[in-house]
Design a protein around this ligand. Sequence first.
Ligand code: PSU
Ligand code: MN
Length: 300
Amino acid sequence: MKKLHLSDEVAEALANNRPVVALESTIISHGLPRPSNLTVAREVEALVRANGAVPATIAICEGRITVGLTPNELQGIAERDDVAKASTRDCSVIASRGGWAATTVASTAQIASLAGISLFATGGLGGVHRGASESFDESADLTALSHTPITVVSSGVKSILDVAATLERLETLGITLLGYQCDYFPGFYLKDSGHPLEYRVETPEEVARVMDSAISDGALLVASPAPEPMDPATHQKLLDGALSEAASQGIKGKAVTPFILERFHSASEGLSLKINTEIITSNAVLASKIAVAYASLARD
Ligand code: PSU
Ligand code: MN
């Protein structure tokens, strides 16, 4: 197996049981437009530090599977034109060829867990796409999380998906789901997807205690709504437009998510970008607080 490259800061924090938060890189390379993607990536790392944890952005840089990017590597992921989108199955090929890639939720979670990291913050997970009963398009994020012991903070799954079907799959795959100060599963841009949750938690300490009681190797998902979500009517209009453009242009496979996100950002004139950025930053802050609470539990 390919060796992981941990930054000194991340390696030292893990060796000393200090809180570390993994961050994915596909949102930087394929989810947010330039140049705000680099600004957001830097801001997220700074917020993790300000909340007492060490940020570990994960990506493949010149073939090295890297946990904790240098400022130059972070800039490379944000600005280079040859950065692939790498889910689990892509990583080995790109690493063996010496290439550059941004990692998705699936591959970031797996690499972070291999490195010994317990917390991971992202925006929205992949899931079951609309029409999946015909197309079979279901994100590898779901199966990866079914066998990866890590806590993932997100604002639910992307609202472009079939949320009900995704929730069914999360149940089947044995992935524990907690609503953070919410009773309904958040809908990424939307505060509420309309689907009730069974478990609600109020504090980072409560999440840490759930982590401490885990009985399986599956992920724990903490769903936290966007601080200032989109109104449902605007969202529906943007979604209808983006989905019909994707269909008419024949967009398929791993290109679907970046295409639709880009259509949202340009059609909403920056509103979806603002909400997306707030989602990523607030989830990184919450993941840091949980990491701090979990590290102090482990010391008791
Ligand atoms: N959600 C976002 N922006 C993104 C993604 C999700 O708001 O860029 C990315 C994540 O990296 C996620 C991936 O893991 O999309 C899922 O892609 P797919 O549906 O092709 O599995
Ligand atoms: Mn897909």
